[in-house]
Design a protein around this ligand. Structure first.
Ligand SMILES: [Zn+2]
Ligand SMILES: [Zn+2]
Length: 207
């Protein structure tokens, strides 16, 4: 089963291929990367964000029109919000097999910190895989370092590592025996050396 990554023209330039490679490495399954072919509506120029539900509906419609059955992840470069105005890093519609992540709030620059492409690749990769995990049947995980953890603030996001925990891997293997997830090593995960941001940001929420 291939997973499709649609990279929007306003998503971080030059990072599409490294993100695809990182996600493939972690999920150990082929992913098809292409420029976003979907006409996305739902952008509010007043608020400068996309309505996440309208974006998901556009993806769902595209998938139906093209008789696609495989999961789709769209990476956007603009902010993404619920109808109530809550900011999202990403969201999925499991029943339709579509998901979207926004790179905006995953970038250091958004928080007034120096740009760091390596960190941004990891964050987009993790959040992308978190949403794909939902599409593959995984739910939120209580292990804070697991990709399927549901962080409530920006610091929680960097507490995640680029692994699926044993419980999520076990569940995934039951659902999809032919896709292998990279797990947290038995003896801890000292190999993961992502910088941890020290400041707390409480406003962005993640689904
Ligand atoms: Zn887990
Ligand atoms: Zn989630």
């Amino acid at each position: 089963m291939d997973i499709h990554i649609f990279w929007d023209k306003r998503a971080p330039t030059g990072l599409a291929l490294p993100v695809q490679r990182r996600m493939q490495q972690i999920l150990d399954t082929p992913m098809k990367l292409c420029a976003n072919p979907v006409r996305i509506s739902g952008y509010s120029s007043t608020n400068q964000y996309y309505d996440a539900h309208i974006v998901l509906s556009a993806l769902q419609l595209y998938k139906k029109r093209h008789a696609m059955t495989e999961p789709i992840l769209l990476v956007l470069g603009d902010d993404l919000c619920t109808r109530s105005g809550a900011h999202l890093f990403g969201i999925s519609r499991e029943a339709a097999g579509v998901s979207v992540v926004s790179g905006t709030r995953l970038a250091n620059e958004f928080w007034g910190l120096p740009p760091d492409d390596k960190l941004l690749i990891e964050r987009i990769g993790r959040e992308g895989l978190h949403e794909i995990g939902h599409l593959l049947g995984l739910t939120h995980c209580s292990n804070a370092s697991c990709i399927m953890a549901n962080p409530l603030c920006f610091d929680d996001l960097d507490a995640k590592h680029s692994w699926f925990c044993h419980a999520c891997t076990k569940k995934h293997m039951r659902l999809h025996p032919f896709i292998y997830l990279h797990q947290i090593p038995e003896q801890g995960d000292a190999e993961c050396a992502d910088p941890i941001l020290t400041q707390k940001h409480s406003d962005p929420l993640i689904l």
